[in-house]
Design a protein. Structure first.
Length: 331
């Protein structure tokens, strides 16, 4: 298949591109703005086999260039970090909503199949049980609100224009090439360095962990087999409290438990995410990697790939967060 993969230089997008090129022989064009989270290095091993266009999804000219010759659009491109969305929501509105609109228009003009990569966060937090695709949408952060807005826009293009859209909502992903602002890579790299491990609140928030290759294959499965107009949840096989994740990382890295530091909680922090993936399983997808094994693989990958993370562990992303977050708190 000839695919336009937007946001393909990011964490999940680059893992997806690798799977599609290597295992499916797809012809891939990546369109990526190369924000702080997007890096050409993430695609180093497939660089010669893909076309790369540096540009923004909210830019119709860049999109028109990139989409030429493609049969389908898969949209990973997004601002993705909840803390950054609390500090400054504007970029989230532009990329996650306006950018999605530009891509939908490009798909509509050319009658292309369109897959939107979405998140369990659109459903909000759940104390017990798991969200299904028909659960009410109740996002709680600017990040999840803009992802929800994008999902609704995608659905409207199916209902209004008959565009062949599908949405795949994943749970918390982890694995190689994840930017070290997210919980797991941040804790791994801090543990390697003997830096403090900042646990928000009481550390009892629960996330539903999905190994990145399982998510990539789930997205590919929805692309190939999903029914137009439908939404498919893609949840991980295991749930875990943050503190348990952090303690397991300490064991795997040999770092000391005294590095754990309880810090001020995230504003509006969702307590628990949990997805039912029954619908996607019925379509033939199954998660392959249990959290215990996936976490060990991830720690080993970061241990073996210092050349990948050393340049981005400068702390610049933390400066950004602290600057903007303190501004947001001051109001
Ligand atoms: P990421 O932050 O690692 O990568 C995002 C990519 O999008 C980067 O390459 C970035 O340069 C690019 N990008 C950002 N703004 C852009 C723009 N305006 N135009 C073009 N490219 C742009 O994100 P990720 O964790 O790989 O997430 C990918 C997608 O999956 C997102 O849509 C996210 O909402 C969704 N998702 C993520 C998770 C998770 O746990 N990480 C779980 C479920 C769903
Ligand atoms: O659920 C899917 C979502 O998962 C994706 O849609 C988002 O793009 C992705 O960023 C992720 O959101 P979370 O907010 O769940 O992930 P994060 O890694 O930021 O945080 C995971 C949990 O760990 C959360 O409860 C907050 C907590 N945390 C996070 C960081 C960065 C800490 O306790 N300390 C930290 O330093």
């Amino acid at each position: 298949m000839r695919l336009l993969v937007c946001g393909g230089a990011g964490f999940i997008g680059s893992n997806f591109v690798r799977i599609r090129v290597r295992e499916f022989g797809d012809e891939v064009t990546v369109l990526d703005k190369l924000t702080y989270a997007g890096r050409r290095e993430n695609l180093h091993d497939v660089a010669g086999e893909i076309r790369f266009v540096a540009g923004a999804i909210e830019d119709p000219i860049a999109v028109a260039d990139a989409v030429t010759g493609c049969e389908a659009i898969v949209n990973f491109a997004a601002e993705t970090h909840v803390d950054r969305s609390i500090a400054g929501p504007e970029a989230f509105l532009i990329t996650n909503m306006q950018g999605t609109h530009v891509l939908l228009e490009a798909a509509r003009e050319r009658s292309l199949r369109y897959l939107q990569v979405s998140t369990d966060e659109v459903y909000g937090s759940i104390e017990e049980g798991s969200f299904t695709e028909t659960s009410p949408l109740a996002p709680s952060s600017p990040y999840s609100a803009t992802k929800t807005g994008a999902d609704l826009l995608v659905s409207s293009y199916f209902h209004t224009y008959g565009l062949e859209t599908v949405i795949c909502r994943g749970s918390n992903s982890y694995g190689p090439y994840q930017y070290p602002e997210k919980l797991i890579p941040l804790m791994i790299l801090n543990a390697f360095a003997g830096d403090r491990l900042p646990v928000y609140g009481d550390g009892r928030n629960v996330r539903n962990w999905l190994f990145v290759e399982d998510f990539g294959r789930g997205i590919g499965h929805v692309l190939a087999h999903g029914v137009p107009g439908e939404v498919y949840n893609c949840g991980g096989p295991d749930e875990c409290e943050n503190l348990t994740v952090v303690k397991r990382i300490l064991e795997l890295t040999g770092a000391l438990e005294s590095l754990i530091e309880y810090v001020t909680d995230r504003l509006g922090h969702d307590r628990r995410y949990s997805l039912s993936s029954q619908k996607l399983r019925a379509l033939g997808w199954e998660a392959q990697v249990r959290f215990e094994a996936g976490l060990e693989r991830t720690v080993n990958w970061y241990r073996d790939n210092e050349r990948w993370w050393q340049p981005i562990r400068s702390g610049a992303y933390r400066d950004y967060y602290e600057r903007h977050y303190s501004r947001a708190l001051k109001g």
